[in-house]
Design a protein. Structure first.
Ligand SMILES: Nc1ncnc2c1ncn2[C@@H]1O[C@H](COP(=O)(O)OP(=O)(O)OP(=O)(O)O)[C@@H](O)[C@H]1O
Ligand SMILES: [Mg+2]
Ligand SMILES: [Mg+2]
Length: 652
């Protein structure tokens, strides 16, 4: 599409009045971590993602079809699109300022809150552009609109002058942002051409309606200094490229696109591609509105649910009884998958948008993929058979391994000296067993009655365990609480840790829903992270989510995780008769066994959070420990709080 065609299509309603202001700018330079997850290399590259995402949003909304990304010799970055251009007319709320200035100098100013100017955008907070501006020692924004070229310059978030007309732009429109990251913030970190190249290329795969041009003045010896990306083949091409010639069970990947509008009468779509291979570990890369979500989220949960249900149903259809044993774990092991969804008003965890939290996405993606998968399996019986056999094999292997461990556990249990206060479960196999690490003895009381004796064990911990990050390893061995814990788990510390010795399937930290509880949980997580990391990697560590409130109305009883949920329910009503009675649990000990079981312990009704670590980014893990254990308790608490609200990775 040539530029002028796009110009004619642009609706007249996208102007300053579509930009809403919710709050003022200030803390970005003081606390960059809050907005871009740190000040390291990953955070630096996130600046480019923010500006590029804004151009991608223009493209996905149908207003731009070309984006140029350029890395200059001085490490400044330019991102240019041929979209509508950021509005430059005076903003209705601040008549003395242009919308451009409001957008770049105000947090929470944006055109993506209402869905009027954009339908399914990656941007949603109205924060990205202003954050990049605040963290750049120089930023120049040029807007070509109405045949005129406008420009405004900034330094560290402060305008150096008003927006000015700098020339004519008869055949051009769009936004050009050039910024230079502030070394006061990012220190010695510099842009890496290879990293930029990779993320830009993936953007082009995610939206075939855009052409992205890459240019770099810096030669790293491996990355092309110029390239043009346009991939009409979308995700299945991307998957083929990513799998890099590995042999696969299906001849062609199972891939497709479903338009939610057509199918469910709601805006958005999902695109996916998956194939299984014997020759490498599986992976899943997920995106929402072209924003990478390395930690997955609801769209990913929906995707795996569709695949799992589909393959099991197919197994039943062809009379393969063993298909019923397949779990999500088996699917993931050799499955290489890409999932990209576009939804309206996505909810992410944090400004770096690592995880999608929109509940709706799970149902939409699952339903969309499920139909297609059933048809695909039925149509290509050769591939379907090969995949089914492979997955059944994986399931059997997994069960055999577990069996071996169970036998080991039995004999290990006899030999082991178990701590006196451990309330063990009666099952003598590891499969399906859980250890609840509970805070305080009083909680232990109701937990004892609430537990399932066969599969649920309890270990009450008294007081706060040693702040192990500060302690030398030699001190660890002499700490009584830590000794009890490692004995109960059946494992050694650090290099002596062997995951096969683990005596339980799930280790669940269950602490009060208050600051102290959060502190203890973070101490424990840090301890596990530094001493028993493979246990976290293999997905054995969980946080329980005890509720904070109980609402009773006549015979009706409901529980709420936090203040917000309580208020919402009080407003909506809970469907009982008479007055609503609110009780707040000060700690686990205040809950009776029935409450505790129903809300926190019973696998049928509880919520659990699986503790995970983002492996991709080396900077990340350090951050986690720092955030959990650093000098600021409020950050720790925030971490727990943020995560405690997220319940997408529900217990099954
Ligand atoms: N390249 C662009 N073309 C057109 N409008 C833009 C462009 N970049 C930014 N905008 C406008 O500026 C607003 C603010 O951008 P900003 O990145 O600060 O927030 P956002 O994209 O709304 O949300 P997020 O903080 O999640 O990125 C956008 O909502 C959009 O209206
Ligand atoms: Mg944005
Ligand atoms: Mg903004």
């Amino acid at each position: 599409m040539p530029d002028d065609l796009l110009t004619q299509d642009a609706p007249a309603t996208y102007d300053a009045s579509s930009i809403e202001v919710l709050e003022g700018l200030e803390p970005v330079r003081k606390r960059p971590g809050m907005y871009i997850g740190g000040t390291d290399e990953r955070a630096l590259h996130h600046l480019v993602a923010e500006v590029l995402d804004n151009s991608m949003d223009e493209a996905v909304a149908g207003h731009a079809n070309r984006i140029e990304v350029e890395l200059h010799a001085d490490h400044a970055m330019t991102i240019r699109d041929n979209g509508r251009g950021i509005p430059i007319d005076p903003h209705p709320k601040f008549p003395e300022k242009s919308a451009l200035e409001v957008i770049l100098c105000t947090l929470h100013a944006g055109g993506k809150f209402s869905g009027k100017a954009y339908e399914t955008s990656g941007g949603l907070h109205g924060v990205g552009a202003s954050v990049v501006n605040a963290l750049s020692d120089s930023m120049v924004v040029q807007v070509a609109r109405d045949k005129t070229l406008y420009e405004q310059r900034f330094s560290r978030g402060v305008p150096l002058g008003p927006v000015e007309k700098v020339g004519a732009a008869p055949n051009r429109r769009g936004t050009t942002v050039t910024f230079h990251a502030d070394a006061d913030i990012f220190g010695h970190h510099k842009f890496k051409p290879a990293r930029l190249f990779k993320s830009i290329r993936s953007k082009a795969y995610l939206f075939s309606g855009v052409e992205i041009r890459w240019k770099s003045a810096i030669d790293d010896g491996e990355t092309p200094q110029e390239a043009t990306f346009h991939f009409p083949g979308g995700l299945s091409d991307y998957l083929r490229e990513t799998m890099n010639g590995a042999s696969t069970y299906a001849e062609a990947p199972f891939s497709g696109t479903v338009d939610f509008q057509q199918k469910f009468r709601t805006p958005g779509k999902v695109e996916w591609a998956i194939n299984w291979t014997p020759s490498r570990d599986g992976f899943l890369q997920s995106y929402c509105n072209t924003v990478p979500t390395p930690e997955g989220g609801t769209h990913v949960a929906g995707f795996w649910a569709a695949i799992l249900k589909g393959i099991k149903a197919y197994g039943e259809l062809v009379g393969n009884k063993k298909a019923a044993q397949i779990t999500r774990e088996d699917l993931i092991a050799g499955g290489c998958a890409l999932v990209s969804c576009f939804i309206r008003e996505p909810e992410f965890v944090g400004q770096t948008k690592d995880r999608l939290a929109t509940v709706e996405a799970q149902r939409l993606v699952e339903n969309a993929v499920r139909d297609h998968f059933d048809n695909w399996l039925a149509a290509d019986t050769k591939s379907a058979g090969a995949i089914l056999d492979f997955l059944v094999l994986r399931a059997e292997e997994r069960m055999r391994r577990r069996q071996e461990k169970e036998t080991q556990r039995k004999s290990a249990t006899k030999k082991l000296r178990l701590p006196g206060k451990l309330v063990d479960c009666s099952s003598n196999t590891r499969e399906g067993t859980e250890l609840f690490i509970v805070e305080g003895d009083s909680a232990g009381g109701s937990a004892k009655m609430a537990r399932d004796r066969k599969t649920q064990a309890l270990l009450p911990l008294r007081g706060k365990i040693l702040n192990v990050l500060g302690a030398a390893s030699s001190k660890l061995g002499s700490n009584a609480e830590i000794n009890d814990l490692t004995q109960a788990l059946g494992v050694g510390l650090g290099s002596r840790f062997n995951i096969d010795d683990l005596r339980y399937d799930r280790i669940i930290i269950m602490t009060d829903a208050d600051v102290d509880g959060a502190h203890i949980a973070s101490l424990l997580m840090t301890f596990f992270f530094t001493q028993m990391r493979p246990m976290i990697d293999a997905g054995h560590l969980y946080l329980a989510c005890p509720p904070l409130f109980r609402l009773t109305q006549g015979a009706k009883r409901v529980y709420c995780i936090d203040e917000a949920e309580k208020n919402e329910l009080l407003e909506k009503g809970i469907g009982g008769k008479g007055k609503i009675d609110v009780s707040r649990f000060k700690g686990l000990g205040e809950m009776d066994a029935k409450d505790l079981k129903e809300t926190t312990m019973d696998p049928a009704s509880r919520k659990l959070i699986r503790v995970t670590i983002d492996e991709d980014e080396p900077g990340e893990t350090g951050d986690l420990v720092e955030r959990l254990m650093g000098k600021k308790p409020e950050l720790r608490f925030q971490y727990i709080q943020e995560n405690a609200r997220f319940v997408a990775e529900l217990d099954v």
